[in-house]
Design a protein around this ligand. Sequence first.
Ligand code: PLZ
Length: 420
Amino acid sequence: MARRAAVVARGVGTTLPVFVDRAGGGVLVDVDGNSFIDFGSGIAVVGVGNAADAVVARVQEQVARFTHTCFMVTPYEGYIEVCEALNRLTPGDHEKRSALFNSGAEAVENAVKIARAHTRRQAVVAFDHGYHGRTNLTMALTAKNMPYKHSFGPFAPEVYRVPMSYPFRDPAGMTGEAAAARAIDLIEKQVGADEVAAVVIEPIQGEGGFVVPAPGFLPALARWCTDNGAVFVADEIQTGFCRTGDWFAFDHEGVVPDLVTTAKGIAGGLPLAGVTGRAEIMDAAHVGGLGGTYGGNPVACAAALGSIETMESMELVERARSIGDVMTTRLQEMAATHDAVGEVRGRGAMIAIELTRPGTTEPDAATAAAVAKACHADGLVVLTCGTYGNVLRFLPPLVMPDHLLDEGLGIIEKALASAT
Ligand code: PLZ
């Protein structure tokens, strides 16, 4: 840590001062030999594990053949295979195209470029509590000032924010349709229906606090986009690739987005991201308008193919559902005895607890931090999130065995008891 402080910019944070030596099967082992149960998956990345056999084998084979040519200069088959997989697995059976990039933020930026080229409009609508990245345009799309935006402006123009459906904090009984009408009214009055190029939304918000919108919210927004010629962009960067108990969270809603952004879980830990969507929208960008030196790097594509193969062969969609059942049951039991737990929510292996002052919805970030710290000290990696910093989120690798899941939940229970 002293060497880190001497050479790494302080803006790059650290959740745990633990240096990893090896990792796999839901366990991180540090350089001192301590082991940690991993309920973070490197922020929802290593669903298939930190070194899945098929990922390792394909990466080793590819890295020995060639590491790079630049797909825009001389293409290679792996990129095509990843696009075929994305077009097959993302929601909807319409004709699709994909393009590959390096990071989630870059995918979101490109989705906006494509939507603008297609619609010849400029305005982009994003949501309260939304998170889309740390580049200039995606900072503008991201809601939370600290730590993501503070002192980093000015931000990209033509970005408008409207209210999310947040059942725990919305007026009691507000339906998804009513929450959508609230957002749509603002869009129509303040932005103008025929100015909107894209509506960008996470189906379940990640950094914003694992906010699951009320049923009906996402379909109503998607319908509005269709009726008004706006591109409906699903940011599935945190929710995608089996995490929520479907290949993509939008599958659950029965909603087919126009464009889908993916990253994180796509490639078993290697940097890769994608934009996938309707052929006529994707192809609106002119030849040469999309790309980047490393986008769809061959080693990252090999990792993605190994990762997707693992998800299919190990049936990780089903596994995410059963992890979700186990976590939700145990956490609801804890909520019944610890009144600091205001809500247990999420879907599949993407579950969180929101901590509040007992009997209220007043956020309690201090207790969330204390519970997280107690978990860390006891050998469990957990992450906090949420606009108010009061949400503890649990994202175990989908390959984690039941006994470790159980042990991790036991650590949370103990930490809740000691911190409250
Ligand atoms: N969209 C929905 O969750 C990344 C951010 C971690 P990148 N979330 C983790 C941090 O503090 O930087 C994310 C996301 C959603 C976009 C992104 C951005 O993906 O690969 O981090 O650029």
